[in-house]
Design a protein around this ligand. Structure first.
Ligand code: AMP
Length: 297
């Protein structure tokens, strides 16, 4: 599958991408990780990107698009990929469309991870990374102490936790503002293309993964139904039947949530006029988180 995970910083895109990568055996492509590697490596691109990253702003489109073009040319992406943190504005989304059309690899699904604003700030402020193995912890969760007490897989010693330079309070506010202004419009962009699914990304990491899988399976079901419908319109050889997948996507989409507050998986393909708001009452307008709480047992 070719998937885009959309969501604000702190919405869990990184965490969920990594879990999905293990389950689906397709690579996670995180532009944030690629850019941080360039900064750490002291490359020219890294030097150009650093200032914007430290200030919580977006790095110039041409730099990020160059990274994505290179990465999508690698053979491990043939079976699919998960884009995490890209695209982040309309120009990037349009460039991605063109690139994938050239590669004849259109997107299968775009999943928006919705998280309350206050929760995003809490997650980002508590996020720490082990300087040796790269594991991400959240010092604000009860399970953090337990996770951290396990030795580092890289050094064998206790984890050396550091805070990302752009996870400080001032930068977080700017990153969330940039998300609202530049990235949130992509929700409509992908909704209009019939690719968007929205999931509640609060709660336990495992629960969110389940909702994500339901959303992706619903998309796959819809695709299969479309293919079956298309092939049933074509003349077929006698005696050959195409199994009907009608209703598959609807069944998966309306699956149980684990949360009574709001549905866990929502398709936005056919907006429901009785449900104009995309979030539960009391929710703020910012949705999603990155890799907070990655290490919950
Ligand atoms: P992330 O790890 O996805 O939160 O990204 C960290 C920082 O890298 C962002 O705040 C941006 O400065 C930069 N960045 C990551 N992805 C992109 C992108 N697609 N376009 C522009 N800047 C990006």
């Amino acid at each position: 599958m070719r998937i885009v995970l959309l969501g604000a910083p702190g919405s869990g895109k990184g965490t969920q991408s990594q879990r999905l990568m293990q389950q689906e055996h397709i690579p996670q492509i995180s532009t944030g990780d690629l850019l941080r590697a360039a900064v750490a490596g002291g490359t020219e691109l890294g030097r150009k990107a650093r200032e914007a990253m430290d200030g919580g702003r977006l790095v110039a489109d041409e730099l990020v698009l160059g990274l994505i073009r290179e990465r999508l040319a690698e053979p491990d992406t043939r079976r699919g990929f998960i884009l995490d943190g890209f695209p982040r504005n309309l120009a990037q989304a349009q460039a991605l469309d063109r690139l994938l059309a050239t590669l004849r690899q259109p997107l299968d699904a775009v999943v928006q991870l919705e998280v309350d604003y206050g929760e995003l700030v809490r997650r980002i402020s508590g996020r720490r990374t082990c300087a040796d193995c790269g594991r991400v912890f959240n010092v604000s969760t009860a399970s953090a102490e337990v996770s951290q007490s396990a030795p580092c897989a890289q050094s064998g010693a206790p984890h050396r936790l550091i805070q990302r330079p752009d996870d400080n309070e001032a930068t977080v506010t700017e990153r969330l503002r940039v998300y609202e202004e530049q990235t949130r419009p992509l929700i409509e962009f992908y909704r209009a293309r019939g690719l968007l699914r929205v999931i509640d990304a609060e709660g336990r990491v495992e629960e969110v993964t389940q909702r994500l899988e339901q959303a992706l399976h619903a998309s796959a079901g819809r695709r299969a139904a479309r293919t079956a419908a298309a092939s049933s319109r074509k003349p077929r050889s006698p005696g050959r039947s195409t199994p009907s997948r009608k209703g598959a996507s609807r069944r998966t989409t309306s699956s149980a949530s684990g949360s009574k507050r709001k549905p866990s998986v929502r398709t936005t393909r056919t907006p429901d006029k009785n449900e104009p708001a995309r979030r539960a009452p009391g929710k703020t307008r910012t949705g999603s988180r990155r890799s907070a709480r990655r290490e919950r047992p």
